[in-house]
Design a protein around this ligand. Structure first.
Ligand SMILES: Cc1ncc(COP(=O)(O)O)c(C=O)c1O
Length: 345
């Protein structure tokens, strides 16, 4: 690759830039003041998302983090515990939000592969006692980012829901990449949310929008969700500009998520020729790449790769993360894989 060519950026699916069509849709959006008396385009988006994810209603948020935190706030009681997979986004990357905002503590469940099972969740439940915290909620992440975009199947999800219901737990679903889980599992998104109390989905990742996530819930929860969002500073005024991008993405980008998965597969396939790196077989749009040579560190290799024209994200001392997305083509990922193989040897 010539040094002047732009780098192929596989650090995250959040780095996509709005396309010309998306920008046009944003420019032409009908807007109102969403905090004062409602924004019509935002409301259209919320209704469309609710329908897609199978919840009665939904609210538009500026970020997945804020929507996740609102979801937890709605389902977890202050002074109790939330069950989570030990490497969940809510555990590592939301700055202690569960403790800071909901006043709940995390009860982390270690899994070999990021996938909670009914047995593991049952094993983490505590017998009722006046001496130990009560557990009031379970949060599930699908796909699981840090585990490498692994997909929780509909059947596995149903198993978790059964245990949660038996134990009387509220359930929050972090579906930042629920679209990817649905495509990978060959089911509609709503099949992967059945019975959850709160469901977060992002439009700023695989769907390619500049901003935004939604939280789905029962209609009776809308007023409380609105109040929490406002308290967190998430009330947005002419948010229809952003909602229009999301509506455009649902029309144009949702149907091509499978391309990202095929590109991730191709990237991993080409890396498997190397004896210096080991790609973990991807289930969706994330490929974790382990470094095999003594002395190679993720930080140093990421720097060398960036100089060679490929950007991957360090994800542990000897692991890099590659994420395929709307702004990289099949040819880009093939070129990126060749550069990785040549650079790390
Ligand atoms: C699984 C998961 N949940 C939540 C988030 C938070 O989304 P945001 O960056 O919009 O706050 C992310 C972001 O990467 C994520 O990967």
């Amino acid at each position: 690759m010539s040094p002047s060519a732009p780098a192929i950026d596989l650090r995250s699916d959040t780095i996509t830039k709005p396309s010309a069509g998306m920008r046009r849709a944003m420019a032409e959006a009908e807007v109102g003041d969403d905090v004062l008396d409602g924004d019509p385009t935002t409301r259209r988006l919320e209704q469309r998302i609710a329908e897609l994810i199978g919840t009665e209603d939904a609210l538009f948020f500026p970020s997945g983090t804020q929507a996740n935190q609102t979801g937890i706030w709605l389902v977890a009681e202050h002074g109790t515990e939330v069950l989570l997979e030990a490497n969940a986004h809510l555990v590592h990357y939301e700055l202690g939000g569960i403790a800071a905002l909901s006043g709940a503590q995390i009860r982390a469940i270690t899994t070999p592969d990021g996938l909670l099972t009914p047995e593991l969740v049952r094993g983490a439940l505590r017998p009722a006692s006046p001496h130990v915290p009560r557990i009031t909620a379970l949060a599930i992440e699908n796909t699981h980012n840090t585990a490498g975009g692994v997909v929780l199947s509909a059947t596995a999800y149903d198993g978790l829901m059964t245990v949660a219901r038996e134990a009387g737990l509220g359930v929050h679903l972090d579906g930042a990449r629920l679209w990817n889980a649905a495509v990978a599992g060959g089911v509609p998104p709503a099949r992967l949310t059945r019975g959850a109390d709160t469901v977060m989905v992002s439009v700023s990742k695989g769907l390619g929008c500049p901003v935004g996530s939604c939280l789905g819930f029962r209609a009776s929860r809308r007023a409380r969700a609105w109040e929490i969002r406002k308290r967190l500073g998430g009330g947005m005024r002419q948010s229809g500009i952003l909602a229009a991008a999301a509506l455009y993405a649902l029309d144009h980008n949702l149907s091509r998520i499978g391309d990202d998965h095929a590109n991730a597969q191709r990237f991993a396939e080409l890396l498997s020729d190397s004896t210096s790196v080991r790609p973990i077989d991807p289930q969706s749009n994330i490929v974790m790449v382990d470094l095999l040579r003594d002395g190679d560190t993720a930080e140093a290799v990421a720097q060398r790769l960036a100089q060679a024209g490929v950007r991957l994200a360090p994800w542990g001392p000897r692991r890099l993360r590659a994420v395929t997305h709307l702004d990289v083509s099949r040819a880009d990922v093939e070129r990126a894989a060749r550069i990785v193989v040549e650079t790390v040897r």
